[in-house]
Design a protein around this ligand. Structure first.
Ligand SMILES: *Cc1c(COP(=O)(O)O)cnc(C)c1O
Length: 458
């Protein structure tokens, strides 16, 4: 019997196919040949598996599709119809327009990143953000690194390498993505000194743990979970008083960076007001800015941190700093941040507005013939991003079923459309929460849903 692999065309023969010959100016010969080889490997596997009927035209077509897929960006806009404002997989906080523009301008040109335009001398890239952080935290000084995880590592390393850091057992959290406090502690060279129990930690537990090798007392905000019932923990004020008395710096890892008054969530100004020496928080959670880890507190400690050799590895790039400066500038006008900062606008969107937007959009959807059922109903949304785990925001959603597709197939078609749409699947329906969809995106969302509902491939 003839080997089935005899049917496999030679690379040269495929390259001469007119569909590929037409692409010669667009892609290099190496790129085209590599794509041919990838496709022929696939064909070889299919032939080995006993498939017959290999035709050159379909091989050429697959290669063209493969080459075109290299051109399409992998990162693209997603319409977030989940209602989850700080959706980590979708990039957490969308930036305010002025912050996005600042990043854009920084990206496409030069800026005085480390230059004092007055003196012409070198300056620190941290200077532009210090005043804004000081204003929202009440701290003496501030510095910023890539994210809050990096902030934790650099603080522990610079202030407590080889020394003990006292932490309550109730606060040894995992943030997600393998960011676990005990492991971070080990990576930074600090020695974890656990005190208390999961549910109860008292001030005496910290007092007893203090010894000649104690470097820091640290409170870590349990941002993504809550312990209820028979619990006791030590507030940052009490901990700061103890640290002060014993001459040990007290660190407050506040995590979410709340500036508004949320239930059970410390505001970024509380730690410093209560006497903490440093407070750490994320730039892209409840602050509503770019990904960043903000460290605010005593000027002497900030200076020590900035001298750490790892600071260079953790520092932010020009686009982040430009966006962060612009975001902090918006925070200078706290009365308006519910309008100017998209994250805060979405989180505080009134229920009446959500209902009106849902109903108006639902009325448009009802004109589409491929809908099997449509319902506008009350629901609850979560904040996401490991923030405010207990805050269920009352919301209004549109729940759809498609005439031609199962809920999973409909959701998959939405994800692979242009623009991509992320919705939630619940009880056989695809659920859209417009809280996280901007007004400017509603027409695109409508078009994307119309295409995804259709029977044929998009
Ligand atoms: C989210 C969070 C972090 C990590 O912040 P990233 O900016 O995501 O690195 C650290 N600590 C706490 C308490 C947090 O909530």
């Amino acid at each position: 019997m003839m080997s089935p692999l005899r049917q496999l065309p030679a690379v040269g023969k495929v390259l001469d196919h007119p569909a590929l010959a037409a692409l010669r100016g667009r892609y290099s010969a190496e790129t085209i040949t590599a794509a041919v080889r990838v496709e022929l490997d696939r064909v070889r596997d299919r032939l080995k598996a006993g498939e017959a009927g290999i035709d050159l035209d379909s091989i050429a077509l697959n290669i063209v599709i493969q080459l075109q897929s290299f051109e399409a960006p992998i990162l693209r806009t997603v319409l977030n119809a989940t209602g989850i404002v700080l959706h980590t997989n979708l990039g957490r906080s969308p930036l305010a327009e002025v912050a996005a523009l600042a990043a854009y301008e920084a990206a496409r040109g030069y800026l005085n990143l480390e230059l004092d335009l007055g003196t012409g001398k070198r300056s620190s890239r941290q200077d532009p953000i210090r005043a804004g952080v000081v204003a929202i935290t009440g701290a003496e000084a501030a510095t910023v690194v890539n994210n809050c995880a990096a902030a934790t590592v650099i603080v522990l390393r610079a202030l407590a390498a080889g020394k003990e850091v006292v932490v309550s057992r109730g606060q040894l959290i995992e943030i997600g993505g393998n960011f676990r406090i005990p492991e971070i502690m080990a990576a930074s060279g600090a020695i974890l000194r656990e005190v208390g129990t999961t549910n109860i930690t008292r001030l005496v537990d910290y007092e007893r743990a203090i010894g000649p090798n104690t470097g820091l007392l640290m409170r870590i905000h349990t941002s993504n979970f809550r312990v209820r019932g028979f619990t006791e923990s030590v507030g940052i004020g009490e901990l700061a008083a103890l640290g002060n008395k014993r001459g040990i710096p007290v660190i407050d890892d506040a995590g979410s960076g709340a500036v508004l008054d949320w239930p059970d969530e410390p505001q970024v100004s509380q730690g410093i007001a209560a006497g903490a020496d440093l407070v750490l928080f994320s730039g892209d959670k409840l602050l509503g800015g770019p990904q960043a880890g903000i460290i605010a507190g005593k000027a002497t400690l900030i200076a020590t941190i900035e001298r750490d050799p790892l600071m260079r590895a953790f520092r932010c790039d020009k686009m982040t700093l430009a966006a962060l400066e612009a975001t902090l500038r918006l925070h200078r006008n706290p009365e308006r941040i519910r309008e100017t900062i998209p994250t805060l606008a979405m989180l505080t969107m009134p229920l009446a507005t959500l209902r009106k937007r849902a109903e108006t959009f639902a009325a448009r959807l009802r004109t589409l013939p491929e809908i099997r059922s449509l319902e506008v109903r009350d629901d609850a949304a979560f904040v996401g991003g490991g923030s405010l785990p207990d805050v269920a925001l009352p919301t209004v959603v549109i729940a759809l079923t498609a005439a031609c597709h199962s809920e999973d197939a409909f959701a998959a078609r939405l994800r692979s459309g242009t623009p991509a749409v992320m919705a939630r699947i619940h009880a056989g329906q695809v659920v859209f929460d417009l809280r996280t969809v901007f007004d400017r995106q509603l027409d695109d969302l409508f078009a994307a849903i119309s295409v995804a509902l259709r029977e044929e491939s998009p």
